[in-house]
Design a binder for this molecule. Structure first.
Ligand SMILES: NC(=O)c1ccc[n+]([C@@H]2O[C@H](COP(=O)([O-])OP(=O)(O)OC[C@H]3O[C@@H](n4cnc5c(N)ncnc54)[C@H](OP(=O)(O)O)[C@@H]3O)[C@@H](O)[C@H]2O)c1
Length: 268
């Protein structure tokens, strides 16, 4: 059986998608083929999963109906010019951070449609959230193929491209800000006298438990925060410090800076 899904790039994100698709039995191993620059990551992934490693671009793309672009964004400028013809009539799904649909259309001008996605790093364990948009309205079968694929990474949402810089800031960079906060929570525990390993464990499990509670209850963060606060208690004392330091303004400026940078980086 010839493959129907081709991956250009077999690194962290590409392999996370492939492993998810196989685990959920959405595709059989023989239906997926991949390549990588040196061939080494593709060969290893193929050996691990049973998918096909195909270094020849024409043989990789020829039988495929869907092509997933999973190399680094900076590789787009030097991408093989044969991609324009070899993706004619196919659905192209790009994972490339910051590459707009207009830019992708220059590289894949004859694709039947081009989809831009913005995943985030928790996708590696199926706990991500990915936004997607398309150059033209998606045919129903193509939408379902895109959503089955993104479902292997966690949650997904269809969103107009004009929102992608903000999505990049909140969803893409967001894990970096969350980890920074958890590191600060740990360091605060150390400043209050805890051994570093205990502070780390408390900070991580407290964050994890709080996130689960948030997702489980569907309540707003503010409502759950208020359940922790008692008048003039310990949480109140800490929140007063955050309010005086204008914590919310700081995080808003953090997101705006990341969004502005996403706009700058996607202007090529
Ligand atoms: N990791 C994430 O959570 C995440 C989140 C959001 C967006 N993304 C996007 O996902 C894409 C992949 O990221 P990653 O973290 O998976 O990168 P990665 O682990 O570095 O993998 C990149 C893969 O692309 C291959 N490659 C490089 N140039 C190529 C070319 N010209 N043709 C075919 N394959 C080529 C590499 O091959 P070699 O190993 O041989 O060099 C490697 O298999 C990026 O565009 C990134 O913006 C990733």
């Amino acid at each position: 059986m010839a493959h129907s899904l081709a991956f250009l790039g077999s690194g962290r994100l590409g392999s996370a998608i492939i492993r998810g698709l196989l685990a959920q039995k959405i595709y059989a191993p023989a239906a997926i083929a991949c390549t990588s620059k040196s061939g080494a990551t593709a060969a290893k992934l193929a050996a691990d999963t049973g998918i096909v490693s195909e270094p020849d671009l024409a043989r990789l793309l020829g039988p495929a109906d869907i092509v997933v672009v999973a190399f680094k964004p900076q590789s787009l400028a030097s991408a093989d010019p044969r991609l324009a013809e070899l993706t004619a009539g196919k659905l192209v799904i790009s994972l490339l951070a910051g590459k707009r649909l207009a830019r992708l259309a220059q590289v894949f001008p004859r694709a039947r449609n081009v989809v831009r996605t913005m995943p985030n790093t928790p996708a590696a364990i199926g706990a991500g959230i990915t936004a997607y948009c398309s150059a033209a309205p998606l045919a129903e079968a193509d939408r379902s193929a895109v959503e089955r694929m993104l479902g292997a990474l966690g949650e997904f949402l269809a969103l107009e491209e004009k929102h992608f810089d903000a999505v990049t800031a909140v969803g893409g960079s967001g894990p970096g800000f969350v980890f920074e906060f958890i590191g600060a929570l740990r360091d605060g525990g150390v400043a209050a006298g805890l051994p570093a390993d205990i502070a780390q464990r408390l900070a991580v499990q407290t964050a994890l438990g709080s996130m689960k509670l948030l997702a489980h209850t569907g309540a707003t963060p503010e409502a759950l925060r208020d359940q922790v606060v008692s008048p003039n208690g310990t949480t109140y004392a800490g929140l007063q410090v955050l309010a005086h330091a204008k914590f919310r303004d700081l995080i808003r400026d953090t997101i705006l800076a990341a969004s502005k940078r996403a706009d700058e980086l996607s202007r090529d």
